[in-house]
Write a protein that binds this ligand. Structure first.
Ligand code: UD1
Length: 344
């Protein structure tokens, strides 16, 4: 049996892809998920890809007693990857307390239980949102943290601080904070992918739902930004590449490969792509047209951000490999698979 890893939010988009890569690397995976933004069929998808059914507990990480029981039921958990969190920027503005409670309490529960059960390391899902609109592009890890534009963004900043403070106080484990840029795409088997509930807020699910005819047209939020074509620029990273970075980070902590107890890495490609470029790439990669129109800016959007991933490349030893076109094609195959299965 491989080393045991607890993956909170492991039925979610990034969590499920990471569970697959952990199992492929020989780890034993225990998933805890409250299924608030996913469903149990995802566990079947992970099983079909890897041939191994991960342990699954339907539970909210805010339930401290329940989480305690999970650590008792699966003795010897060596690492935790903590994805479980609410992530809708707009909703967080409407329901700040829900976001603070959900995202902060769950992390605090995990950190306490890690101490009690002698867990060696935690990977925390952070976001490039902590940089706000960076003064220097591409942005590296030394860039200043800007005041958050939403309660969601604030929870990521506070959670990073909670992890740091806990480690600095002498907790006997390591932590790696991974700042994701924009994860997109799906597993190449189309067995798992992004499954937003309701009307998608993020670009790619809205785009693929438009391409397949569920939505009439994609709104491009603004073409008057100070960018070459006027639309916003992001660093879109393939979700499987992103998942693999978690395996490398876990190996690094469990084998104590670093002198630092807390490390932070940007996970991006290093390439900025505008919304209009992305639409063009999708059409080229799939041959499918995306009806779209330019509308006004979306409140709270950052004009442009992309990663300097040198630290992840050189220190972590991880590099994003998939091309944008292949990644977009994978997102499209996933959308087609949802249609075949009658899900959407
Ligand atoms: C946002 C959050 C990020 C969070 C992520 C996950 C901010 C600044 N960033 O990323 O912290 O981790 O969501 O939920 O809030 N767009 C359109 N039309 C659409 C949808 C999006 O043009 O229908 C554009 C946006 O203006 C943006 C780009 O596409 O330029 C990407 O948007 P989105 O997928 O929502 O991600 P972010 O806003 O970058």
């Amino acid at each position: 049996m491989g080393k045991k890893i607890l993956v909170t939010g492991g039925a979610g988009y990034i969590g499920s892809h990471t569970a697959v890569e952990l199992q492929n690397a020989g780890y034993e995976v225990v998933i805890v998920d409250n299924l608030s933004n996913s469903n149990e069929a995802v566990i079947d998808g992970i099983t079909r890809i890897t041939g191994i059914r991960p342990a699954f507990e339907h539970l909210d990480c805010n339930d401290r007693e329940g989480m305690h029981k999970v650590f008792e039921k699966y003795p010897g958990i060596e690492g935790v990857i903590h994805f479980a969190a609410s992530k809708a920027v707009g909703e967080s503005v409407q329901k700040p307390l829900l976001y603070y409670r959900n995202n902060l309490v769950s992390l605090m529960n995990i950190l306490e239980l890690m101490q009690e059960f002698g867990v060696k390391g935690i990977v925390f899902s952070s976001s490039c949102t902590v940089y706000g609109q960076p003064d220097v592009l591409p942005v590296d890890e030394s860039a200043p943290i800007k005041p958050a534009l939403s309660p969601y963004g604030n929870t990521k900043q506070i959670c990073e601080e909670i992890v740091r403070d806990t480690i600095h106080s002498g907790a006997a484990y390591r932590a790696i904070l991974l700042r994701y840029f924009n994860p997109i795409g799906a597993h190449p088997t189309a067995e798992i992918g992004e499954l937003p509930l309701g009307v998608p807020q993020n670009l790619i699910p809205y785009l693929t739902q438009t391409a397949i005819g569920i939505r009439k047209e994609l709104s491009v939020f603004g073409n008057d930004y100070n960018t070459p074509d006027g639309s916003c620029i992001r660093d879109y990273i393939n979700v499987v590449d992103l998942a693999k970075a978690h395996v490398v980070a876990m190996n690094r902590m469990l084998n104590a490969l670093s002198d630092e107890a807390v490390e932070v890495f940007n996970l991006g490609t290093g390439r900025g792509v505008s919304v209009l470029e992305l639409i063009n790439s999708f059409e080229r990669a799939t041959g499918v047209a995306v009806p779209h129109k330019i509308v006004g800016r979306r409140k709270g959007d950052i004009e442009q951000v992309w990663a300097n991933p040198d630290r992840a490349n050189n220190v972590l030893g991880w590099t994003a490999e998939e091309s944008l076109d292949d990644t977009l094609a994978s997102a499209w195959r996933w959308q087609e698979k949802l249609r075949e299965r009658g899900i959407m």
